[in-house]
Design a binder for this molecule. Structure first.
Ligand code: NDP
Length: 403
């Protein structure tokens, strides 16, 4: 029986994780659930999965949940705040931690899980983006096992030889890997002319053609910053130099990514676009279990297309590569600027094309230093958020936006 802590259980990845776990009650027990402020859904999940612990970031929401749990006679202990979350992931009765809190908020608990030597099922890409070197050090020192959840990184992991260890130096060379081919759907605006992008709305941006995801990552897919963050993620997870990671647009999202070997062979992982497949793959690793995802029907697929990335139309991928080249705290600044810009876009305070402009501007101004501590990550995060907010406030007359 694998005992799970699911961080971000009320979100898209968290709900899919509970769905897969519930299909295999003989394999998985839910020990802890955590979310931000959605006490109503967390209560439903506590009733259905009976975790020993539930954590909410918001104090009022935690108080409401505590009352509701007591009223129903559930044994779940309700906790609140960041320290509680760090403690829960390190509990001896937790074997695996699904790290699926969105954004920078997920970083401390994901690091705590790595330090505690847990099996870390990593959806929260921001942990790697913001603190790549520190996070991989925590994984090595804690002797944690890192299993990717992002569909592309799961696909790469599945296309690598059995026994490949994420985060161990020299693994790619030993495996004879020449390139990682990271596929991208191109998002909802792949075919939209570049000169129309400044007028697209949040509703259009979150309508992803293939995947159902949370709003932040959906906008990241639309700007293709998601692919930029994934380049950074692949760089750290697989120890791949930037030149060895190529982004290929593949609109059908059937091939989730590929690995090219020295002998010219390319190994790909295919499947329906359903996060339950990579989640099941990591939950049961190294075994395979039923996930609930529909099988791929090759007779109706018709065709698979591939295109070159339009780097001028989607500058966020190049910005992410630039952040890794600059190193140190630059990726943390990139991530923070992106979070602020996406929030402003979703709130109607910034145009779609303004997102990349804000990030470029912040990267140009932010102070970058070699990364040695988490405090530096937070300092870069705060500085970049401040710069991004000021840039947005200066730049955008409200009336010019069509939301
Ligand atoms: P959602 O927005 O759907 O869910 C986010 C989750 O994080 C919610 O449970 C939310 O709780 C919780 N949360 C937010 N802030 C806090 C906080 N301060 N403390 C504790 N919990 C918090 O996001 P997704 O599920 O889409 O994405 C989660 C992560 O997985 C992201 O890092 C994303 O990049 C990554 N990912 C997602 C994929 C997808 O298909 N969705 C694919 C690959 C990676 P509440 O509901 O209470 O606000």
């Amino acid at each position: 029986m694998k005992r799970l802590a699911i961080l971000g259980s009320t979100g898209s990845v968290g709900r899919s994780t509970l769905d897969v776990a519930a299909r295999h009650p003989d394999r998985f027990a839910v020990t802890a659930l955590a979310a931000g402020r959605n006490d109503a859904l967390l209560l439903e999940q506590c009733i259905a999965h009976r975790p020993a612990h539930a954590v909410l970031a918001d104090a009022d929401a935690a108080e409401r949940l505590r009352g509701a749990v007591a009223a129903r006679g559930l044994a779940t202990q309700v906790h609140c705040g960041r320290d509680a979350l760090d403690g829960i992931v390190a509990l001896a009765e937790v074997d695996a931690v699904m790290a699926a809190i969105v954004g920078a908020a997920g970083l401390p608990a994901t690091l705590a899980a790595a330090r505690a030597g847990k099996q870390v099922l990593l959806a929260n890409k921001e942990a790697l983006v913001m603190s790549g070197a520190l996070f991989m050090k925590a994984v090595a020192e804690g002797d944690a096992t890192l299993l990717p959840i992002d569909s592309e990184h799961s696909a790469i992991f599945q296309s690598l030889p059995r026994g490949f260890v994420c985060g161990r130096a020299g693994e790619l060379e030993r495996a004879g890997v020449r390139r990682i081919l990271l596929t991208a759907s191109g998002g909802p605006f792949r075919a939209t002319p570049a000169d129309r992008l400044s007028r697209v709305t949040p509703q259009q941006a979150v309508a992803h053609p293939n995947w159902v995801m949370g709003p932040k990552i959906s906008v990241d897919s639309a700007t293709m910053m998601n692919k930029g963050l994934e380049v950074i993620e692949a760089h750290w997870l697989f120890g791949a130099p930037l030149e060895a990671i190529q982004v290929i647009v593949h609109p059908q999202s059937v091939i989730h990514s590929m690995v090219e070997y020295a002998d010219g062979s390319v190994v790909a992982q295919l499947g329906a676009p359903d996060m339950r497949t990579p989640i099941a793959c990591a939950l049961a690793f190294p075994e395979r279990i039923e996930s609930g995802a529909a099988p791929l029907d090759f007779t109706t697929l018709g065709r698979l297309d591939f295109e070159r990335l339009d780097a001028a139309k989607f500058p966020c991928v190049a910005l992410a590569r630039e952040a890794i080249r600059r190193g140190g705290t630059a990726p943390a600044a990139l991530n923070a600027a992106n979070e602020i810009a996406v929030e402003a876009f979703l709130g109607g305070r910034l145009s779609f094309t303004g997102i990349a402009e804000v990030i470029e501007n912040v990267l140009g101004e932010v102070h970058v230093e070699p990364l040695e501590s988490l405090e530096q990550v937070y300092a870069a995060d705060i500085e970049a958020r401040g710069l991004a907010s000021r840039f947005i406030a200066r730049r955008v007359p409200q009336s010019s936006l069509s939301v």
